[in-house]
Write a protein that binds this ligand. Structure first.
Ligand code: UDP
Length: 383
């Protein structure tokens, strides 16, 4: 196959993996990244005080895909790490996700797994039909008391809307367990990169066929094909309005010693303005620092010029998205991929998995002389 010249816009995991795969297949890739660093919102930075900081909020690598686990470890050392989260609600601290300890402490009981399951069953409020909203799902799942204590306030703060307006799929991210297993994730591989995420993404991009242009918004130009990992609506100049995102603000604080004793403390009460506090040094228990860096996290609607984090995807945004999907389908020469390119709430491992799949699809279409894919994964598809 004759080598082609690609532009990849965005140097997060999506763009980096795509660039690498194309370059390894013999193509030439120019990567344009508007920020002064690679790794997108996974970017990590060594703070002047010592701890490694997850600059855009906490990122824990977890996956069930063996090939993704193998892939990241080609580019950096991953240190096994089990994420354990605590939650403050009503002036008391509990273990999250909801597990046997949470249930026994919350209800003042000493139940075994069967007893706890029976208690929660007795509290659950299943609706008449299958739950479709976050609120219905939570009430059917854990009942009103746990829902009010852990989910209602946090979710309202995080998403800025009533949980009755949100899809059930957001809650499905969190397990409920009738054992004392308090791991935040169920996946077999969970880790934090020893030197942070940014060196991993730099290593992925470190290939003679790849040139990276930092602090360089997409300049346009003539390429055989463009892979766009920025917001899909931005490619079209927001012709159908701006897709809604939540953005985050962080209040940074430095203290001596250990401030909260855990990496992430959620604040579930509606009257506490922040959603959670991250104490970064607990992500790297193998390091030792006298100082500690805290990020108090606040969620709000993303405005023009803010960093987009979570796609909102309510009814209005889905209608807008459909318009952009139609435009994209009439735009040859561009593949849209990743969290922003397909406007979906994606974890890092899924991003890598999809980027590898999309690279394969692009390469086989080139081989076959057929049109290149419009999307890594259809934005309105299953996910
Ligand atoms: N959530 C909640 N209470 C919590 C933690 C999470 O209600 O203490 C809900 C909230 O709606 C959140 C979703 O569960 O958006 C997913 O939480 P997760 O911790 O996976 O979010 P992320 O770390 O991706 O922001």
């Amino acid at each position: 196959m004759a080598p082609r010249t690609f532009a990849v816009v965005g140097a997060g995991f999506s763009g980096a993996v795509m660039a690498r795969e194309l370059a390894e297949a013999g193509h030439r890739v120019e990567v344009f990244e508007s920020r002064p660093h690679v790794a997108g919102n996974c970017h990590t930075e060594r703070s002047a005080e010592g701890p490694m900081v997850h600059v855009y909020g906490p990122h824990i690598f977890h996956t069930q895909h063996a090939h993704v686990w193998d892939y990241v470890r080609r580019f950096g050392e991953m240190v096994p790490y089990v994420h354990r989260v605590k939650a403050t609600t009503g002036g008391r601290v509990f273990s999250l996700p909801v597990n046997l300890l949470t249930i026994n402490q919350f209800f003042g009981t000493a139940l075994d797994p069967g007893g706890a399951a029976a208690l929660i069953r007795s509290k659950a409020e299943p609706g008449e039909s299958a739950p479709s909203t976050f609120e219905e799902q939570a009430l059917a799942f854990v009942g009103r008391e746990l829902y009010e204590a852990f989910f209602a306030g946090y979710t309202r703060k995080q998403w800025g809307v009533d949980p009755a307006e949100l899809p059930a799929s957001i809650l499905a991210r969190l397990p409920v367990r009738f054992t004392y297993d308090d791991s935040y994730f169920n996946h077999p591989w969970q880790a934090i990169p020893r030197h942070g995420y940014t060196p991993i993404v730099e290593a992925i991009l470190d290939h003679p066929g790849v040139s990276v242009h930092l602090s360089t918004p997409w300049p346009g130009g003539s390429f055989d094909h463009v892979v766009w990992t920025g917001p899909i609506d931005a490619w079209f100049g927001h012709a159908n309005g701006r897709l809604g995102y939540r953005t985050l603000d962080f209040e940074r604080e430095v203290r001596a010693g250990d401030a909260q004793g855990c990496p992430v403390m959620n604040y579930c009460d509606a009257d506490v303005p922040w959603t959670r506090i991250t104490e970064h040094k607990h992500f790297a228990p193998w390091e030792d620092h006298a100082a500690t860096v805290l990020y108090r996290e606040f969620s709000r609607l993303c405005g023009e010029g803010d960093v987009p984090y979570y796609p909102i995807r309510l009814v209005k945004e889905k209608e807008q998205l459909l318009e952009y999907v139609r435009l994209a389908e009439r735009t040859p020469g561009v593949t849209f991929m990743g969290r922003l390119g397909t406007y979906r709430y994606l974890d890092m491992d899924v991003t890598i998995h999809e980027a590898l799949g999309c690279a394969r699809a692009v390469l086989s279409a080139l081989d076959a002389g057929s049109p290149l894919p419009t999307f890594s994964v259809h934005p309105l598809g299953a996910a």
